[in-house]
Design a protein around this ligand. Structure first.
Ligand code: ADP
Ligand code: MG
Ligand code: ZN
Length: 487
């Protein structure tokens, strides 16, 4: 079997659907009161319920349901008024109940969508369903694979609340899958349903991939790729899998439905189990939990606390503030940043200049000091005031660049630093005229040249004034005055 060349690949259309697991940001587990805190000593956050001891009964967490609903609403889903938990039966050492509590034919949310823009083209990816489930524990192997001597089981994660988000097979390239997952993550973070921290496993993605000759209606046989725990791996795994499938078909073979694992070191996918070996989960309604009823009143109250979603906010930043699409995208990357920028813009009185300062000088200072916007030593109010000084012509942009690091260091407002260091812009014409007279007197040669037509020397005179005033002269005023004096 050969990996197909780009030329062969272009004869096929690829089809991708994603299944994404998101860990909800609850303090406790979904069916018991054990904490969900990350990094606790193994098997310390456990009780009879999440250990799966016989006779222990689950009690559904209200907070988990609320966060699940927020997550589903962030993906524009409809919420089913009555949904049902189901047992998904399988044996695995880190799942002591012998089954997972999930939802099957009646999930709590359906009919959603995520809008993306890929290569300048807008596209809507449909979300089939979102359901709630509990997470399994973790197996830790000492040694590797065949050489493993011991396997340890840590049940701290067992019973952690998850939502699984299943998309329609609507994506046609790894770029679209990348864009979908990016937008999904951002939306869920905005509504604070999850941190979506991939490094901690709070966002996990499986990709289903198939190919078909262009024009064919029927979908090709899909392969599911597990273990995609970064955006880069998602892209690499999909691209590899497309090339592999086309290679198989072009050399006369057939794609078999199977689950494959992505090996990030080799950049390839490897067969894990075929459809024949697939589980029969024997789903049935969970007898220990009543159907979940989400009434209008509850739903309305959750909806009333939903923030503006990132796509909408991005569009508003572009229309209301006149920001470029790219800038609007950067400034809505996360909610704290978007909130910060909006607060700066309001105080500054000029959103575009405010955007430049947030994305430019402030971002650079945060980066070098390894800080997030949430704990910026310069508050949005203070940065807004600094920008307002520039907008009002009371501080030159150049000097503001010196003021900001001092604000960052001291936490003092701009006005205090400007006052202390005497940096205020000089707009007083009397004072500026005196300076200009001195410069004219000291540079007779340039004056003569200017008057005989070398008008480019204007820049020389203005530059001298700026220099003598240590950058504090109001450049616009200086310009006018120099012009008038040299006549
Ligand atoms: P299964 O029952 O095997 O889990 P589903 O129908 O639930 O299959 O689909 C799981 C995921 O696979 C969904 O995200 C769906 O969009 C995607 N999918 C289904 N068929 C295909 C296909 N032919 N090619 C690519 N993705 C597909
Ligand atoms: Mg599935
Ligand atoms: Zn527990």
């Amino acid at each position: 079997m050969e990996i197909a060349s780009p030329e062969l690949i272009s004869k096929y259309e690829s089809v991708i659907g994603l299944e994404v697991h998101v860990q909800l940001s609850t303090r406790t587990k979904i069916f018991c009161g054990c904490p969900t805190s990350f990094g606790a000593a193994p098997n310390s956050n456990v009780c009879p319920v999440c250990c799966g001891l016989p006779g222990a009964l689950p009690v559904l967490s209200r907070q988990a349901v609320e966060l699940a609903i927020r997550g589903a609403l962030a993906l524009n889903c409809e919420i089913r008024p009555v949904s049902v938990f189901a047992r998904k039966n399988y044996f695995y050492p880190d799942s002591p109940k012998g089954y997972q509590i999930s939802q099957f034919d009646l999930p709590f949310a359906e009919w959603g969508y995520v809008d993306v823009v890929v290569n300048g083209e807008a596209k809507r990816i449909k979300v089939t369903r979102v359901h709630m489930e509990d997470d399994a524990g973790k197996s830790l192997h000492e040694g590797f694979r065949d050489s493993a001597k011991y396997t340890y089981v840590d049940l701290n994660r067992s019973g952690t609340p998850l939502i699984e988000i299943v998309s329609e097979p609507d994506m046609r390239s790894s770029d679209e899958a990348f864009a979908y997952l990016t937008e999904l993550k951002q939306s869920i973070q905005f509504v604070e349903a999850s941190t979506c921290d991939m490094e901690k496993g709070h966002l996990r993605c499986d990709a289903n991939v198939s190919v078909r000759p262009w024009g064919q209606q029927e979908l090709g046989t899909k392969v599911e790729i597990k273990n995609l725990n970064s955006f880069r791996f998602l892209r690499e795994a999909i691209d590899y899998e497309i090339a592999r499938q086309v290679g198989v078909i072009e050399s006369g073979g057939k794609i078999h439905q199977e689950t494959r694992l992505f090996n990030p070191d080799l950049g390839i996918t490897v067969g894990m189990r075929s459809k024949e070996q697939a589980h029969d989960y024997r789903y049935f309604p969970e007898p220990d939990l009543a159907p979940l009823k989400i009434g209008d009143k509850w739903l309305t109250s959750i909806k009333s606390t939903m923030p503006e979603l990132p796509a909408i906010r991005r569009a508003r930043f572009a229309t209301e503030f006149g920001l470029k699409e790219y800038d609007a995208q950067v400034l809505t990357a996360n909610r704290p940043l978007a909130d910060y920028f909006e607060a700066v813009a309001k105080v500054a009185g000029d959103p575009k200049i405010a955007a430049n300062w947030v994305m430019g000088d402030l971002a650079a200072l945060l980066k070098t000091s390894n800080k997030d916007i949430e704990n910026s030593p310069v508050s949005a109010q203070h940065l807004g005031e600094l920008v307002a000084l520039i907008v009002k012509g009371e501080l030159t942009g150049k000097l503001a660049k010196e003021v900001l690091p001092k604000m960052f260091e001291s936490g003092d407002p701009a006005a205090v630093i400007v006052e202390r260091e005497g940096l205020k812009t000089i707009s007083d014409t009397g004072e500026l005229e005196r300076m200009i007279d001195e410069i004219i007197a000291a540079n007779p040669k340039q004056v003569t040249e200017y008057r005989s037509g070398k008008v480019t020397l204007m820049g020389f005179f203005v530059g001298q004034v700026m220099k003598n005033s240590r950058g504090q002269a109001n450049p616009a005023v200086v310009n006018d005055l120099v012009k008038a004096k040299l006549g």
